[in-house]
Design a protein around this ligand. Structure first.
Ligand code: ADP
Ligand code: MG
Length: 258
């Protein structure tokens, strides 16, 4: 069975999508069959992988709400072993529609499970890019996941909200998914020239100690540009610092997953 990793932080703009897209691409390029599930109605992971949302007939919405098999919504990407379950704006409606459904926290888990039972080939990783909230979509992601990965931006308000996020993870572990584990916290958009970045990194390390990934993602222009070209960094600029650090981070991810 695939390792399922939810990339979560209820704050927007902290590097969830950048991390989900680029770790997925690095996993796939290293030979691991990977699916990226885009659970954010903004669909940034979808467009960041070069998929034109306006031309899509199906999205993760159809799977969640209308029980379309997950395999039927998957789209190929320009990275060979990487497919994506795309999100479009209608996923925003799913947040509301899920509320009235039976076992509403388990819908995504169920879809992944059914798909794994019937898929022709087995997959190595499922990465879930979460929306910037702790609502029912994120709860579904955490319930379906074996691991949670938390990007933290090296900015002033970085630590705000982390306590609430960890409480949510604990709640999910207590009530919905006993085996959920913290894979790690990844520091993003680090700028070693600023005291602030250095301080935030130290604070996060104090709190999460060995759970902080050794690889720190620097602020990097090419990483910021890649999504507008619909490419992961490994395709957009294979020789960039961004490619180098996301490859390193992916190695750590593989080591931590057992
Ligand atoms: P989230 O998914 O948490 O909202 P994103 O991954 O979309 O965050 O990142 C927010 C913005 O910052 C995007 O425009 C993205 O391209 C940019 N960005 C993310 N990581 C970096 C980085 N390491 N260096 C430069 N820009 C980045
Ligand atoms: Mg995002």
């Amino acid at each position: 069975m695939a390792h399922v990793i939810a990339v979560t932080n209820q704050k927007g703009g902290v590097g969830k999508t950048t991390t989900a897209v680029n770790v997925s691409a690095c996993l796939a390029e290293s030979g691991k069959k990977t699916v990226l599930i885009d659970l954010d109605p903004q669909g940034n992971a979808t467009s960041g992988l070069g998929i034109d949302k306006s031309g899509l007939q199906r999205s993760i919405y159809d799977s969640l709400i209308d029980a379309m098999p997950l395999g039927e919504v998957l789209q190929p990407t320009l990275v060979k072993k990487l497919t994506v379950a795309p999100a479009t704006m209608d996923v925003a409606g799913a947040t509301i529609e899920l509320v009235g459904m039976d076992a509403r926290e388990y819908i995504l888990k169920q879809r992944i499970h059914e798909w794994e039972q019937t898929a022709a080939e087995s997959y190595d990783y499922v990465i879930i890019d979460c929306p910037p909230s702790l609502g029912l979509l994120t709860i579904n992601a955490l319930t379906a996941a074996d691991y949670v990965m938390i990007p933290v931006q090296c900015e002033f308000y970085a630590l705000e909200g982390l306590a609430q996020l960890m409480q949510t993870v604990e709640m999910v572990r207590a009530d919905l998914n006993r085996t959920l584990q913290l894979l790690g916290v990844v520091l993003t958009m680090y700028d070693g020239r600023t005291n602030l970045s250095i301080q935030v990194a130290e604070e996060v390390k104090k709190y999460f100690s060995s759970r902080v990934f050794k690889t720190i993602i620097p602020r990097n222009v090419r990483l910021g540009e890649a999504p507008s070209h619909g490419q992961p960094i490994t395709v957009y600029d294979p020789r960039s610092k961004g490619t180098e650090v996301y490859k390193k981070l992916t190695k750590e991810v593989k080591k931590r997953v057992v």
